[in-house]
Design a protein around this ligand. Sequence first.
Ligand code: ADP
Length: 687
Amino acid sequence: MVPAVLVLLIGALAYDRARGVVRDVRLADRSHAIIEKSDVILTRAVDAETGQRAFLITGDDRFLEPYQGARADIEKDLGSLRALVADDAVASEYSATIARLIPERFALLDTGIVMRRTGSPLTASAERLLVGKRKMDELRQTIGSLHERENAILERRRVAERRSLRNASIIVGAAAAMAIVLSALVNLAFSRALKERERINADLRVANEDLERQSDALETQAVEMESQQAELEATAEDLRATNEELNRTTRAAEEARNATESARQELERLLARRKRDEEGALLLSEASRVLASTLDYEKTLETVARLAVGDLADWCAVDLVQPEGSIRQVVVSHKEEEKIKWAKALNKRYPPDYGAPTGVGNVIRSGKPQIYREISDEMLVAGAHDADHLAIMRELQIKSALVVPMIARGRTLGAMTLISTDSGRLYDEGDEVLATELATRAAIAIDNAQLYRTAVEASQAKSAFLATMSHELRTPLNAIIGYQSLLQEGISGSLNDKQLAQLTRLRASADHLLGLIDEILTFSRLDAGKEVVQKEEVQLRPIIVEAITMVTPLAQEKGLALEDQSEDARIYTDSKKLRQILLNLFSNAIKFSDDGKITVRSRLDGDMVAVSVDDPGIGIAPENLDSIFEPFWQVEQHSTRRAGGTGLGLSVSRGLARLLGGDVRVESVPDRGSTFTLTLPADHHSA
Ligand code: ADP
C-alpha cells in the first residue's frame, strides 16, 4: 500500500515537474519570439528610414521600395507582437508603445517623402528630421527595454530550468531509489506471495487429493445411489402395485361401505319394525294384563281403548254386537276427555250406518279387517251425512283408519276402529296385525266375561234352587223323623221287633238325608255369602270327643279303630261349625279307609290351633289334591264310587274354616293314607 502511494506521489511530482519544464520552455520560446519580432520591427523601421533618406537624397523612387516593403510588413509584425504579448500586461504596454511610435515615425517619413516630391524647403525638413530621430530613438529604447525585460525573463527561466532539472533529477533519482526499494519490496512480496502460492498450491494439492478422494467417495456414492435408485425404482414399482391394490381395496371398501350403509338402513328399518313390534308386544301384554285383571269387560274395554290411543291411534272406538243382534258403539276414546264427549254427541247425531258396504258393519259381518291407508277428501264426501257432517269430518283431519273384527271362539263379537289424525300415522299391514291381535284378546276377554257372567248367573240360580229345594225337603223330612219317633215310642200302639228294626233303618236313612240336606243348605248359604258365624269361647277337646262319638258306630261297622290323641285348648270359634267340619273329616277318613287306625291329634301352632285327622286309607293322587276342595268334585266317578256323598263335604269344610279365620289342608300319599289338617285361630285376639 505504502509503496503504491509513494510511487503515485513520485509520479505526481515528476508529472508536475515535467509540466513546469514544458511551461518554462514555452515561456522561453515566447520571450525569444518577442525579442525576434521586436528586432524585425526595429529593422523594418530602420530599413524604411534608410530607403526614405535615400529617396530624399536622390529623389529616385527605387529607393522607396524597402520603405514600401517595410511599411507593408510592419503592420503584420505589429499584429504578431501584439498576439505574443497578449497575456503579459507589461510586455503589452511595450508593444502598445511600439505600435504607437511606428505609425508616428512612418507619418514623419511620409511627410518627408511628400515634401521631397513637392520640393519644399529643407529647413523645415531638418526639424522634422529631429522629430523623426527622437521617434526612432524612443522606438529603439522601447524595443531595447523590451529586450532587456525579455532577456531578464529568459535568464530567470534558465536558472529556473536548471533548478527544475536538478529537482527533476533528484525526483527521478528518488524515484529510481524508490523503484529499487519498491522492486525489492515487490520482490520480497513476490517471494512471499510465491511461497504463499506454493503453500496454497500444496493446500490445493491436498485439497485436490481430498477432492479426488471425495470424488472417489462421490463415485462410490453415485454407484450406491444408482443401486439405491434401482431399489427406489423397485420400491416405486411396489408402491404403484400397492397403490393399485389400495385403489382396489378402496373400491372394495366403498362397496363394503355402500353395502354397510344399505345394511344399516335395513337394520334401522328392522330396528324400527322391532321397536314397533316391541311396542306392540308391550301394548298387547299390557292389554292382556288389564283384560285378565277383571271380568267387568265394559270397563276393561275402555282401558284397552285408552292403551290403543296412546300407542296406536289418536282415536279408538269399540262397537259390539248386542244380544238382540244390533250393533252399538260402547267405547270411544281420545287423549282429551272433551273430545270423547264431543265424539259421543257426534255419534248420536250422526249414527253410523252399520248396513253400509264398508266400515264397522261390514267388518263385523265379514269378520275381515279393513284398512284405509290414506283417507281422501272424496272418501269423506262419500261418507258424510250432510254438509255439517262433512265439515266436522274435514276438521278432524282424519289421515288413516283401521277397522278390525273382535273374534272369539269363532264368533265376531264386534269391531275395533282405530283412527289417526294429528299423529299423521298411516296404517299398514303391521298395524293391522297388531290391532287384530289386540281386538282378538279383547274379544276373548269379552267372551270370558260373558261366559263368567252366565256361569255366575247359573251358579246363583243353582244355589237358589238348592236352597229352596233343601228347604222344601227338610220340612217333610222333619215330619218323617217326627212320625218315626212317635211310632218307635209306641204311642200309637206297640210294634214287634221286626217293625222296630225297620223303623231304626228308616230313621238312619232319614238322618243321612237330613245331613245331606244340611250340607247342601250350608253350601248354598256359603255360596251366597249368607252363612252366619256365632263365635264364643269354647274348649276344643269336648267338641272333638263329641264328633268322634258320633262317627264311632260307622268306624266300628268297618272295623276301624279311632284313636283320640288330642289335647285340650281354649278357642274362640263357632262350635257348631267346628263340629260340622270335624264330622266331615272323620266321615271321609272312615269312608276311604278299609282297615287300620284313624288318629286324631291337636296342637297349638303359634296363634293357631291345628287338628289333624290321619287315616290309613286309599290316599289321593297329587294332581287331585286341589280339586277335592271344589264343590261336587269327587275322585271316583259316580258309577264306580265305593262310597256315597255329594262331593260338597270338603268344599263346605274349607268354606266354613276360612269363615272362622282358618283353613283346611291335605297331605296324602296314594295307597298309604291321608292327613287332613284343620287350622283355627286359638283365641279371640287372633280370630
Ligand atoms: P264326598 O265325600 O261327599 O264325595 P267330599 O267333598 O267330602 O265329598 O270329598 C271329595 C272327594 O275327596 C271324595 O269323593 C274323595 O274322592 C276324596 N276324599 C275326601 N276325603 C278323603 C280321604 N280321607 N281319603 C281319600 N280320599 C278322600
